[in-house]
Design a protein around this ligand. Structure first.
Ligand code: GLA
Length: 381
């Protein structure tokens, strides 16, 4: 966690409101493997990271609530019992969560909220889920509402599904709420059963390379994929793609479009890859983990079709590099980051080399983030 940001937000809160805040840290996430499987009730393997959002909370002693973003230098007054959601504004994530909390907890007292972040937005590190988790976890704790973490994850997901029109799964919120230092989370998105998988390898690190590509089209393409998957499941007589295997899918091939068939095939294979990756990590076979990541990227590029030229370029340029065990696009796609599993002592050189290549090819800079696996959302003051 960023201690400078913590001190800065504490001072902002004190200078605006003159009282002591209670403070929370809410992390972003990476996803090692298991992409576009969460909304198909499948398996994912994310982890919380050491960058995220910090939230300060205190009671308001006037008749309305105040929300301050240190990052955007914005101050908004609102009635906490009548949150207004403007889907084109970042405040929608906060207001959506408040609406969901109010729905479960009833009348809420007016609050002062100050937010700040060191998590890049729109890079596929789940800054929106981090914001939702900060508000749901922080308010739940501060107001002693008694909601369980799994319910808080559903609140974040409902904010996106019901108030923002994005039909996302539960992976991002879950990873941020349940993360554990030095561990990945093997999550079954159907049952929400989860296991922690220790990442016990100091010789390998995670480097994210942000394409800085705007993800303008990502929203509607994401919902399209989700709808196609539901259509395939219904055609095959299932509630979701989770219970489907390749044999059954092949039996329905002539009832499906070529495109829908490939989407479903990818999801079935990706679920298998997640389980194989969990097994490989436990056995210490990190080369195999890297190979699975590469297969995921091919599936996302060729079958699920959510990659883009910049992501493919970054992945392809790791292929001849012995210090990179695996690389793939991460998150919803159409931009955002690649995740690279790299020998720790080569991370700097590798990052530098990729930056140079990327700039020479696209005439713009990519951004590098080296991240550690951290604990989930927690109170920090
Ligand atoms: C986004 C969504 C997640 C998940 C990923 C793709 O990050 O928010 O729920 O579907 O895309 O795996």
């Amino acid at each position: 966690m960023n201690l400078r940001l913590k001190d800065q937000l504490y001072s902002v809160f004190r200078s605006h409101f003159g009282t002591e805040p209670v403070m929370f840290f809410s992390p972003g996430r990476i996803n090692l493997i298991g992409e576009h499987t969460d909304y198909n009730q499948g398996y994912v393997m994310p982890a919380a990271i050491d960058r995220g959002i910090i939230l300060c909370i205190g009671y308001s002693f006037v008749s309305d609530s105040t929300l301050i973003s240190a990052e955007f230098d914005q101050r908004i007054s609102f009635d906490i019992n009548r949150p207004e959601i403007n889907p084109s504004n970042w405040t929608a994530y906060v207001m959506g969560v408040i609406k969901e909390l109010k729905h479960r907890a009833g009348h809420l007292p007016q609050l002062n909220l100050v937010l700040g972040s060191d998590l890049p937005m729109g890079s596929g590190l789940s800054s929106s889920a981090a914001l939702e988790n900060a508000v749901s976890f922080g308010m739940n704790k501060f107001l002693d509402l008694g909601l369980e973490r799994a319910e808080l994850a559903r609140i974040g997901q409902a904010t996106e599904n019901d108030h923002l029109g994005l039909e996302s799964g539960i992976m991002d919120q879950f990873a941020g709420l349940f993360g554990r230092e030095d561990h990945l989370l093997l999550l079954d998105c159907g049952s929400l059963n989860h296991e922690y998988i220790r990442w016990d390898n100091d010789d390998l690190g995670f480097l994210l390379i942000d394409t800085k590509v705007s993800r303008r089209l990502a929203h509607s393409a994401y919902n399209d994929r989700k709808q196609s998957c539901s259509r395939v499941a219904a055609t095959c007589g299932m509630d979701s793609l989770r219970g489907l295997d390749l044999e059954r899918l092949l039996g329905f091939k002539d009832k499906l479009s070529e495109e829908d068939f490939r989407l479903a095939k990818y999801v079935i294979e990706e679920n298998e890859r997640v389980l194989m990756a969990a097994h490989s990590i436990r056995k210490g076979n990190f080369r195999q983990v890297g190979l699975l990541m590469k297969e995921t990227h091919s599936g996302l590029r060729n079958d699920y079709r959510v990659s883009c030229e910049e992501l493919d370029f970054l992945v392809e340029n790791t292929e001849e590099n012995d210090s990179v065990l695996g690389a793939r696009m991460m998150g919803g796609g159409f931009g955002g980051c690649t995740i690279n599993l790299v020998k720790t002592n080569s991370i700097e050189d590798f990052g530098h080399r990729m930056s140079t290549l990327y700039n020479a090819r696209f005439g713009k800079n990519c951004k590098l983030h080296s991240v550690n696996l951290s604990s989930g959302v927690c109170q920090i003051l």
